[in-house]
Design a protein around this ligand. Structure first.
Ligand SMILES: NC(=O)c1ccc[n+]([C@@H]2O[C@H](COP(=O)([O-])OP(=O)(O)OC[C@H]3O[C@@H](n4cnc5c(N)ncnc54)[C@H](O)[C@@H]3O)[C@@H](O)[C@H]2O)c1
Length: 255
């Protein structure tokens, strides 16, 4: 990871912030991008104070021009991109019968279109490198489960898993495409998804912890460590693969 230029979208909260911290701690030059200007500036300042190389760039991934600007700003500073972690995402509840076009635009716009723009504008830059590059997408176990009242979120994450496989072929020999599929990870998004239930968050978390085979919630750092491996040269034979990080939830028996 040493000196590698790595963009992390959604790199200012939860999983993305943990990834930005971890990659920077390993010596990478990190560009954390998101729509959270205050959190982003604070995170970059915190990392620079401890001698890490990190900066924040405002980027709304659903807006192609904003992604273009992110790439241009990164190149102005670092002149290259070695890896990208397309992690920005939004969560949304609802059945297909309840969705409006605005819901579609938000969820698919950030999760799918945003990842697509990120790939479109960073992969050609990485293809110019002698050493190529890596494009990592945060998907979700939601891509494989019919979570009740989560139709659009699940569909958006399934689309991302298809994208990992397509990118792995389309940019073969130059850019590896990989995915991380988190289970239940303790982040602001998870807390938000618990709102409106008939029990306090702590009780809901305790119930999940009882079920997950490793008997705890995932922490953002669990994803960061796996992501660092997938982005590293040690994973150079891993391509088109999505690594599930769910403490064993997906192998629970269905009864
Ligand atoms: N927390 C979980 O249990 C869990 C499980 C599976 C997958 N995920 C996925 O992990 C990723 C990170 O989620 P998290 O749990 O850390 O949530 P989070 O809400 O803490 O972080 C989401 C990040 O995405 C950014 N973002 C949102 N809209 C954006 C936009 N338009 N442009 C750029 N950035 C934008 C936010 O600013 C934030 O930094 C998401 O893709 C999410 O779907 C989370």
């Amino acid at each position: 990871m040493k000196d590698k230029v790595i963009i992390v979208t959604g790199g200012t909260s939860g999983i993305g912030a943990a990834c930005a911290r971890h990659f920077a701690g390993l010596g990478a030059r990190v560009v954390a991008a998101s729509i959270q200007r205050e959190e982003g500036e604070a995170l970059a300042a915190e990392l620079r104070e401890t001698g890490r190389d990190a900066r924040f760039v405002y980027c709304d991934v659903s807006d192609e021009a904003s992604v273009r600007d992110l790439v241009a700003t990164t190149l102005e500073t670092h002149d290259r991109i070695d890896a990208v972690h397309a992690n920005a995402g939004v969560w949304g509840k609802g059945k297909v019968t309840e969705f409006t076009e605005a819901d579609w635009d938000k969820l698919m716009g950030v999760n799918v279109k945003g990842t697509l723009w990120t790939a479109k504008h960073t992969i050609p830059v990485m293809e110019r490198n002698e050493s190529g590059g890596v494009f990592l997408i945060t998907t979700s176990v939601a891509s494989q489960i019919g979570f009740p009242a989560h139709a659009l979120y699940c569909a958006s994450k399934a689309a991302l898993e298809a994208l990992v496989r397509c990118l792995a072929n389309d940019h073969a020999g130059k850019v590896r495409a990989v995915g991380v599929s988190p289970g239940t990870i303790d982040t602001p998004m998870l807390a938000a998804s618990c709102e409106g239930w008939d029990a306090p968050v702590e009780e809901l978390y305790a119930a999940v912890e009882k079920k997950v085979p490793v008997r705890r919630l995932g922490q953002p750092e669990d994803i960061a460590k796996a992501a660092a491996f997938l982005l590293s040269d040690d994973a150079s034979y891993i391509n088109g693969t999505i690594l599930t990080l769910d403490g064993g939830t997906m192998v629970l028996p269905p009864w």
